[in-house]
Design a protein around this ligand. Sequence first.
Ligand code: HAM
Length: 429
Amino acid sequence: MKIPPVKGTRDFYPEQMRLRNWIIDGWKNASIRNGFLEYDGPIFEYLKMYQVKSGDEIVEQLFSFEDRGQRSLAIRPEITPTLARMVNQQINSLPRPIKWFSVPRVCRAERPQKGRLREFFQWNIDIIGVDELIADAEVIFCSIDYMRQVGLSSDDVVAKISSRKMLAAILDLIGVAPQELTGVYTTMDKRAKLSDEAFEELLAKQLPDKQKQTEIIKLMAVSSIGEIEDIFELNEAAQAAVDELKELFRLLDMMGVSDFYSFDISIVRGLAYYTGVVFEVHDKLGELRAVCGGGRYDNLLKDFGGPSVSATGMGMGDCVLEILLENKGLLDSAREPLGVDYYIAALDKELVEASFEIAAKLRAKGLSAEFAYKPIKMKKLMKQASTLGAMHCVILGQEFIESKELVVKNMDSKEQENMSLDALLAQVR
Ligand code: HAM
């Protein structure tokens, strides 16, 4: 019986594993560079944790199950609820500011498609307990910092930014009732993916009032923050939210990433817990789904039974990112072999054992060494050395039989030298 892999999952053969590690190492380096500390939690939690505040879309995509004690559990579809739970648990003893990152493996029972799988890795960075806008700017900066590091430019990606606080204030002005808000957000979040007709039809289902529909359509058509001030008669709350966004843009300009962001009214975000600035990074050509998304969620810790502590952060999956990097030809270095310090090979059958002994001695000195299990011809030996990305080759041939001398070849300079094993070991000390 041949058992296939489960739909929407990936097998990581060494080649893919190398790529995965390369992506994750880049995420970790960017996190550390930006002052975040690593944490992790369990891969499953109580089901109700996701039902509280993640929103319907994610709840529909949960892999949930009952354990033997009849507890309803779910595999994590994201790590933000776990983070809120963990921080709440030790809120009084954790050193501030809380700037944490994690790279969890997460699962969502989505329909697998380009850039969307059922199991993926997601880089998360979050700042907890900082009310100031600088934290939102820092999260956006850090996402861009990573992208720049791997070679993506402002011609390739853009962080599209908006504000739930601003949307809420304007929707309130328009007369959308609080209980209608979630449905309207979900519809607005889909705007960029829908035709005008499909959007209007969906909106009409959420909001029967024609006047309100027209106002929302007008709102969704604005292309700059200034336009909002021109079109709507803003009240104090709405003006404050608009000013907040302008301040965020000033901070981002100051951080030197002005080419990398733009205001975009269609960014609403699918998750229910966002309360302020929201953003998503997209490929500039608009061919792929969001590379990452996040924003401010000031109520989640309180909703989870903790004190009222503000938070802001983002999550970036590995799937869309990998497609984007591949499209831009930025994965060559990720595919390079990691390389070994020494590749040892024998040209004669009776010398194979000695090559193992030499490899063991080099390994004992902390160097990486690989050897051939069988005697090998010179041409194949060189080919294998370059496949392994070896820095040096140690060849056991006639010289070894006659005078115990090894041929040590530097694969970079192509220079070679005969020496005894003791001399080689002394050299690497
Ligand atoms: P999210 O928008 O649900 O946000 O996911 C963030 C990113 O995870 C997406 O932009 C995408 O790169 C990746 N992603 C999501 N679903 C899939 C999937 N099925 N397959 C592959 N990649 C996927 C969150 O998860 C928030 N918890 C992020 C956050 C952290 N907000 C604040 N802190």
